[in-house]
Design a protein around this ligand. Sequence first.
Ligand SMILES: C[S@@+](CC[C@H](N)C(=O)[O-])C[C@H]1O[C@@H](n2cnc3c(N)ncnc32)[C@H](O)[C@@H]1O
Length: 199
Amino acid sequence: MTEWEEHYQQGHTPWDKGAPAPPLLDFLRTEPLDGDILVPGCGMGHDVRAIAAAAPKARLTGLDIAPTAIDRARGFALAGQERYVLGDLFDLEPKLRGAFDWVWEHTCYCAIPPEKRERYLEAVAAALRPGGRLLGVFYLDPYDNEHQPGNGRPPFGTSLQDLEQRLSAHGFQVLRSWVPERSYPGREGRERMILTQRP
Ligand SMILES: C[S@@+](CC[C@H](N)C(=O)[O-])C[C@H]1O[C@@H](n2cnc3c(N)ncnc32)[C@H](O)[C@@H]1O
C-alpha cells in the first residue's frame, strides 16, 4: 500500500479542500478547456468535475495511484464527461500515451520527490499530443508548521526559476505565467499558474 493510500484510508488528507482550486475556476471562467484532458494525481476529483462542468464536450480522465481516492471520486455525481482511472503517472498505460490535448496539474508536482521531477515532465509530455498544453497551478511554497522542507516527505517546494528551466528543458514553451488572483485560504501568493505548450 502506498503512503498516499494510507492517508486516504485514515482520512488524513489536508490537501483536499473539498472544492476545486480557485485559480482553476478563474481560468475556466474565461477559457474553458476542451478535447481530452488528463488530471494526474486527481485525488477525489474536485478539479476534474469543475473542468467537466465548464466544458460539457470535454472528455476528462482523472488519474490517481490511491484506490480510495479513485473510489471516492467515482462516488460523486457526474458533472460532465469524466472518468477516473487507478494508475501510476510514471507507468502510464499505452492507451493514455499521446492521448490528451491538455494536462491539468494541481499538487501532483509538489507531491512527487524532487528526484522524480524529470520523470514527471517526461510522463506529462508523453501523455500529451503534439501541441498539447500543460496548465498548472504549481504550489511553489507549500511549507507550514506540519510540512517542513528537508524532511524528505511531501509536499516538496520549488522555485519558479527551477520549474521554468525544467519545463523548457523538456520542450514546454511557457505561454503565460502569473500569480493567481485567488487561492485556497493560506495559499495566497505561494502558487503560480503556468500555461505551457509542448512541441
Ligand atoms: C497532494 S495530493 C493532491 C490531490 C488533488 N490534486 C487535490 O488537490 O486534492 C497528491 C495526489 O497525487 C497522487 N499521486 C502521487 N503519486 C502519484 C503517481 N505516481 N501517479 C498518480 N497519482 C499519484 C496521490 O495519491 C494524491 O492523491
